[in-house]
Design a protein around this ligand. Sequence first.
Ligand code: ZN
Length: 292
Amino acid sequence: MSTILGAQLPKDEFLFGLRHFGKLPSMRFARLFPMDRDPDSGQPMHVRLDGAAALIYDGAPWLFGKPTGESLAWLDGDLLAPVTPSKVVCVGRNYAAHAKELGHEVPKEPLLFFKPPSAIIGPFGTVELPKESERVEYESEIAVVMGKVVRRVDRQEALSSIFGVTAAVDVTARDLQRRDVQFTRGKGFDTFCPIGPEIRTDLDLCALRVRGFRNGELAQDGDVADMLWDIPTLVSYISQVMTLMPGDVILTGTPEGVGPLVHGDRFSVEICNRDKSQLSPPLLLDVQCATE
Ligand code: ZN
C-alpha cells in the first residue's frame, strides 16, 4: 500500500518514482578498517565490495567520494558501521500489528524520534545491556541512508534522494521507554543502534521484507507493503521537519514480534525480497548481546 498520511497514491506515480530503484544493478558499499592493521596507522576507508575485493574510495560515496583505483582483500571482521550519520531519525509504530502488540492505537501521522549517533555499532558488534533496564528488546528494521541534502521535498524527490538501504536493530529498553515520556533514554544507550553490514543501492524499496532471528529462530517477518507509511513517504514527511543530510540514517519501523534480548543472545536482521528469497549476496546483520 502506498499512502501519504492515509491517502492512496495513483499507482503509475509510484512506479514513475521507482526509476532509480530495482532497475540498475545493486552495488554494495561498506566502511572498513583491516583488523590486522595498526589502529594508529590510518582512517577507516569507504569501499565498494565486489566479491573478495574491496575497491577503495577517497570519501563517502554519498559525499562525492570516488574510486581511488586501489583495492584490497577484506574479511567480515574488517567491516565497521557502513555510515557515520549526523542523525538517526526513527519512526515508531509504522506497522499496525506492532502498534497493537504494544497496546497502542495506530498513529494518525508518523511518530518520529531520534537515536544519538553515539548509539551506533557496526556489524558483528556487541549490544551492551545496561544495568538501568530490566527489559531490553530487539526491533528489526530497514535503515535508509540518504544521498542528498533535502528539505521539504515531495515523495518523488524523496525517493531519488535515497542512497541505499541497510539493516538495523532499534534496540529498546522497553521499561524505560514506558516510564519516561520521551524515548531518549529508552532508545539512546550506547550500542543500541547496530547497523550494517553494508549499504545496498538500487533495491526495489516497495518489494522488501525485514526479518529478525533471535538465536537463529525467526521472530519477526515484515513486508514493506504492511508499513502504514512507505519509505518515500517517510523521507518526505521527515524532510518537512528537518533538513536531511547525505549519510543521515532513517530507521523505518519494526514489524510485530518484538521480544527480549538477554545476555548471551545472538540477534540477526535480514533484508530480503518480498518472496523471502535472499538478496544476492544475502544482506544480514548479526550482533551479540552481553550485560554491560
Ligand atoms: Zn523501532
